[in-house]
Write a protein that binds this ligand. Structure first.
Ligand code: ZN
Ligand code: MN
Length: 515
């Protein structure tokens, strides 16, 4: 599905107020274990027996000592660096104190003074840059469950201590739609960099929004925070609803009070959670159990070298290769598809080299050319994705990013491109090729080569005309008749007749075009 370009920063609302939005995004990191202990970092919402992945460290038992997960640190720095954040030479962990039943230590280990990233920006597909304040690493909380059948609540601490990245934006967004475009790009980036699954539906990507109103050019107004939004749709709806609520207050001459609100999914409106007189005092304290971590230049260089391309870089590369903007965007925002596409281009190049006239003088010259990038993209995005949908197969399960599978698919496209087989023949073989068959062998053993021999084509064309004389007679008045007859011929040839040649022959026989 192609994505509409993100809107430009919208003008002020009809009331003359401008909506100002900042986001805090939490992403669950793709690590095997938690941030400071060896317990498995399990998914947010998977159904499982609770409290199976806990230990003295993540339960906050006295005397237990945290040990940082080096992979989590690497992923957080990879993400921060890709966003253009300044990565410090020394990064530190701090305790953020608050008491809540899902936080067994009564503090959360987070980062305060020296996070893994400061500043930076994220570029949206329309080229607009959204400024970032910071990017830090912290541990997740557990989950509270409030059963309707009981007068008590339950706590599951399996998620407590799992690693998160928190990303804080500058107040650069101007609408719910704008915020949604930003979140879609964050999700694409997190997946492309292999940092996070970024699945809001599983609680592995969550957002808090800060919304305020002002007259354009004036200082920022009082902001209201709406917390724990679990879908992009909720983020967009919560921002629009909150902007309208504040607009009504201001137009009635009443002040907006600084507060934290929750989002009621059913009623599509926000409700007050707590009012803040001042910013909450978390009594941040450098964690005495966790010494500062020195990020050496060599380590940082290795992290950068191991960082995959960002969606913005992929989009530029695909556009430069001549792909349609929609296709470039679709590949850039789907890591599985972009890996498959890159493998396909590489495989097509290898096939072209191995069948070049120098290597095999008898090969037709067309076989020496790799199919155009757009042809490969069409096959992947239309035919392969369509086949995967029709057969309920996960595209990732086709392993098209692996050289052998990519080479089989590229060979199929090359056979069409070199006009050795027709498009319909190739489509009929697609499932077998994706399952591991070599298309060249299938074509050879089954005799599926495209037929462009005029005598052979003439036989099918004459048979079709003889079988449908009334259609042939009306072809001059009814242009669709040619398509009907084309269909008969293609069917008779089992899809092997070269369509362009059939059409030319039909038009000639019907006296509709001279050759
Ligand atoms: Zn643990
Ligand atoms: Mn946080």
């Amino acid at each position: 599905m192609s994505r509409p370009a993100a809107p430009p920063a919208p003008a002020a609302r009809r009331s003359g107020y401008e909506v100002v939005v900042g986001l805090e995004v939490h992403l669950a990191l793709r690590t095997r274990t938690k941030l400071f202990c060896r317990c498995a970092a399990v998914g947010g919402a998977d159904a499982h027996e609770p409290n199976r992945h806990v230990c003295p460290v993540c339960l906050g038992l006295p005397g237990a000592l945290p040990v940082p997960n080096a992979r989590a640190l690497e992923l957080a720095v990879r993400f921060a660096a890709a966003l253009g954040c300044a990565v410090p030479e020394v990064t530190t962990f701090a305790r953020k104190h608050y008491g809540y039943p899902d936080a067994p230590k009564n503090y959360q280990i987070s980062q305060h003074d020296r996070p893994v990233g400061l500043g930076g920006a994220l570029e949206l597909p329309n080229g607009r840059r959204v400024g970032l304040v910071r990017c830090h690493l912290e541990e997740d909380a557990g989950r509270l469950i409030h059963p309707t059948y009981a007068d008590h609540s339950l706590v599951d601490l399996d998620r407590a201590g799992a690693p998160l990245i928190e990303l804080v934006t500058a107040p650069d967004l101007r609408s719910g739609e704008d915020a949604r475009a930003f979140l879609e790009e964050v999700r694409a980036l997190a997946r492309a960099l292999d940092v996070s699954d970024a699945t809001p539906e599983e609680g592995r990507m969550r957002a808090d929004v800060n919304v305020s109103l002002r007259r354009p050019g004036e200082p920022l107004g009082t902001k209201v925070e709406v917390k724990n939004l679990n879908s992009f749709k909720s983020v967009q709806a919560a921002i629009e609803s909150e902007a309208t609520r504040q607009e009504r207050l201001l137009q009635a001459g009443r002040p907006v009070s600084q507060e934290t609100r929750g989002w009621n999914e059913g009623g599509q409106k926000s409700y007050v959670m707590r009012t803040k007189e001042e910013a909450a005092d978390y009594r941040y304290l450098d964690d005495p159990d966790l010494p500062p971590v020195r990020l050496t230049a060599a380590w940082l260089a290795a992290v950068r070298a191991a960082t995959p391309e960002t969606p913005a870089a992929l989009r530029r590369r695909y556009a430069a290769a001549g792909l349609r903007p929609d296709d470039a965007d679709r590949l850039a925002t789907d890591a599985d598809l972009s890996r498959a596409y890159d493998a396909l281009v590489a495989a097509a190049g290898r096939i072209a080299v191995s069948t070049a006239p120098a290597a095999a003088p008898q090969a037709p010259p067309s076989a020496a050319h790799a199919p155009a990038p757009q042809a490969l993209a069409n096959w992947l995005l239309v035919e392969v994705v369509g086949w995967a949908h029709a057969t309920d197969t996960d595209v990732a399960a086709l392993r098209l990013s692996e050289p052998d599978a990519a080479e089989r698919l590229a060979a199929l496209v090359a056979l069409v491109d070199a006009r050795e087989i027709t498009g319909p023949t190739a489509k009929a073989l697609l499932g077998e090729v994706l399952a591991g068959a070599d298309p060249r062998a299938l074509v050879a053993t089954r005799g599926l080569r495209q037929v462009s021999d005029e005598d052979e084509l003439g036989g099918w064309v004459d048979a079709a005309l003889a079988a449908h004389p009334e259609v042939a007679a009306g072809a001059r008045e009814q242009p669709k008749a040619v398509n009907f007859l084309m269909g008969r011929v293609m069917q008779a040839s089992r899809g092997q007749a070269r369509p362009e040649a059939v059409r030319a022959l039909l038009l000639e026989r019907l006296g509709l075009a001279e050759r």
